[in-house]
Design a protein around this ligand. Sequence first.
Ligand code: ADP
Length: 642
Amino acid sequence: MNDLESSASHIFEPDPSLVELLESASIGIIILSGEGMILYANPESLELFGVTRDIVGNGFEELFFFDSVTETKKLITAVFKGSVFQKQQIIRIKNKENEPIWGVLKLSPLQHIHSEKVVLCQITNISELKDYEEMVAKQSHLLLELINSIPNNIFIKNKQGEFLLANVWVSKLMGVNSPQDLLGKTDFDFHPKKLAKKYFSDEQEVIRTGKAKINIIEQVVDSENNRRWYSTSKLPLKDNKGDIVGIMGIGRDISNWVKEQKALRKAKIKAERADQLKSAFLANLSHEIRTPLNGILGFSQFLKQSLPEDDKKHKYIDFILANGKQLLHQISDIIDISKIDSGQFPIYKRNFNLNEMMAELEFSFREKAKQLGLYDIRLHLESELKNEHCDIFNDDLRIKQVLSNFLDNAIKFTQKGEIVFGYIIVGGSMRFYVKDTGIGISDENIQSIFDRFHQVDFSLARKYEGAGLGLAIANGIVRLLNGEIGVKSELNKGSEFYFIIPYEKARSTTSVLKESVESLLKNKRVVVVDDMKESYDMLEIILFQNEIEVIHPKNSNSFFECISSRQNKIDLIIMNMQTKWLDGCSSIQKIKTINSRIPVLLLLAELKSMNKEECMAAGANDFIVAPVNHDQLISKLKKLFI
Ligand code: ADP
């Protein structure tokens, strides 16, 4: 007779096949009487609880932690009576060391043929699972803490746009108590329909294409009805098979930045206007001085030609001519240096042949030396590249201007010997130089040689002409060409002036075109006709970002006044067709009669806007559908500006 038969034979006598099954089961099985007395415990359960078969005959309480006892007792009774059929619950049980461990207890009634009704308990140790669960909970807590501590909106949405996760910043923005309140909801539950539609369509595009949208600018209305700006990135969310199941997003509040940008932009426009005034003043001034000066020079020449050869007055006229020419030269220098200072010195890069340019310089300076009667100076040109390999991309006029200045000085300060000029290619750079065997410069003077108005020979009664601006201008130009300028010199031996600029081979016509398309937008002036604040602000930000000046007329009078008075300076008109004070088609006709050259871009509320066809027929050049998207708008502008 085994232990099982001896301890419970009066009430529980299972047949041997059942005993065999119970004994070999890999989960703990205990059979209880209706009162909770242990009638049988299989080896796995004895192992689990760390007890021996002596436990049989005792109450189940011995195996359970006190906090599980009452609950379990009720259940045993219920299962025994048949009011509950099968019940599973998580309990705390005692292990070998009498410590609590987690288990799942499954109770079911058992009526064996030869015995009374009993309760079958199946017990599984789930401590490891519980530990794992706790670890996962801890980690999710940490993760939540982390995403809540980042002061950005962080969220995850499923394909339907429903929030699966959001941090506290999103909930604050939406005006709900906690991120939990957002779960399962969409933007349509919180934002104005128009905005929610825009977010949704962006997110659907990310899901469709699998391509992230980085730093898109979004307009948001917060819970207190304030309009704010966010820079948001939306990325596709993939499951472990790599299928896109939603999007994750992170958005940064850039409202203050936008405000600052607006203020900066205004300040910039103001400063630019002041600068434009300054350069207009300089240009006028130079014109005003040049015109009479040219008259003086022209008539002096005329007077000289009309005098007999031996007339003493030739000397006086030559004096007028020489001083007049010098004054003209100095005025040009002053204008150049002012333009460099105000950032308005133009640099126009293009493809050209370097050797041809150098040969032109050689020719003109040979002529100059001849005219000045400098027969003791030899002028020599050194060109490194073969003629067929010297097509480069740069500003030939400015390179020529700097070299001419060096050559002028070399001629000025060299009595005899030679002037060698040329260029070499060093790595990715070109080094241009002019070497002379002239008077040289002392160490003391060389330090400040590129400063404006610097002349070594201040005290002497103007042995050499010049205003001391040539090298300062050369320095400014070389900087604009992203290069560096320098000089090596030894007193009474000679000098070498040089500059090094990037070497760029001639560009293909398409890349030249591309570059010019990029710079196409800069400093353009666009009139935006839009009295809807949200849509205007969006347009303004995109245009500002691309350094386009925006004019925003507030009513029909100021609009037409603006295009009539500044007609040649306006590059585009963007017209929101919903603007209240605008009479769509006839306004376009009126614009076109004032100036047919200005393109008109319609901003439509929807693609099928009623008056679209009519407006296009009236002369509008293109249209775009709200809400405006950065890339779409910019590609339209490029198309219209080309
Ligand atoms: P300027 O028009 O008066 O020549 P620059 O700025 O071109 O003004 O030159 C400034 C000064 O640098 C000159 O007055 C001269 O003293 C010195 N300098 C320039 N080039 C040479 C040179 N090749 N040899 C000696 N001195 C030079």
